[in-house]
Design a protein around this ligand. Sequence first.
Ligand SMILES: [Zn+2]
Ligand SMILES: [Zn+2]
Length: 369
Amino acid sequence: MKIRAAVLPATGQILEIHEFDLAEPGPQEARVRLSWSGVCHSDQNAIDGTSPTPCPGVLGHEGAGVIEAVGPGSRLAIGQHVALSWAPSCGVCEECARGLRHLCGTAWPAMGKGGLMDGTSRLSRDGETVFHNSFLSTFAEACVVPDASCVVIPDDAPLDVAPIVGCAVTTGIGAVWNTARVRPGERVAVFGCGGVGLSAIMGARAACAAQVIAVDLSEQKLADAIDCGATAAVQWQGSAEETGEAVMALSGSGVDYAIEATGRPEVATACFLSTRARGAAVLISIPHPDAQVTFPALSFPRMERRVLGSEYGSCYPFYDFPMILDLHRQGLLPLEKLISHRLGLGEINAAFALMKDHASRRVLLDLRQ
Ligand SMILES: [Zn+2]
Ligand SMILES: [Zn+2]
């Protein structure tokens, strides 16, 4: 079938809208008619080469919609509503077997090749192969994806909130709930108040953190953070040391967990310097591949400070997505506050301009016809 989609022709270029051929779903695959897609900073990383992606490639990895067709052996049924996960897992590799399905040793190497789980693409244009991004490619009217990326959600779950649950929300909330395991009364700081950071703030509030301190360069983003539940705001002070001191002073004696949601090495250092004894910096954002982070070594023994890594909120999508959507339905997570703009597919480059100008929270693309 023919679909309209936004393609990255080559690293560093702007996205172009074209018509593509989308092949039928193969074994254990399904075609999803997309309703909405989120626009994520990870897409910007793919565009500018921070996280290189095979080109030409259809980007987008935050999507939700309705199952429209299924391949042989699929467990899915036409008409089911799904939120998409960019971390499908095989269930049988060493990492999956020890419960780290978000670090699946089969899916991660396959993702970088731009195909689906079998390594081949379902996308083409004029007979030329076009690559997938993150197994999904949601900047499109429809996509063919692995069954293992399709998380069935209730028919009444909002199809505009579900896409961001599939990436930013789970990355931020999961870092707080699954990786850090924040306890009631603990103190949390969140560095970087984009979609992931604001989600971490909501997760910390829902976990009854006593303090949730937002840190950012932008006054607008700090105001967004307060609106999303932060109890205090600290503007970036120009260096890791000064910003760490400011958070230390505001929190009393430092925070239990400092969440790094910018991908910048100096901010990771600031997170570490903001923690109290036995506190932890939680690094969740994508840095440049060559980036190195420095920490003052003496405070590992002297204060028992720690550093934790977190990928995709250490989540298991089939558990976490429906749980987060249910808590949103109950009013415990105001996820709709993350959505600031709704644009058409043809306005996709405007969405990235809004992101670069720090003028948006999350931008959604309306893919319904
Ligand atoms: Zn994302
Ligand atoms: Zn696996």
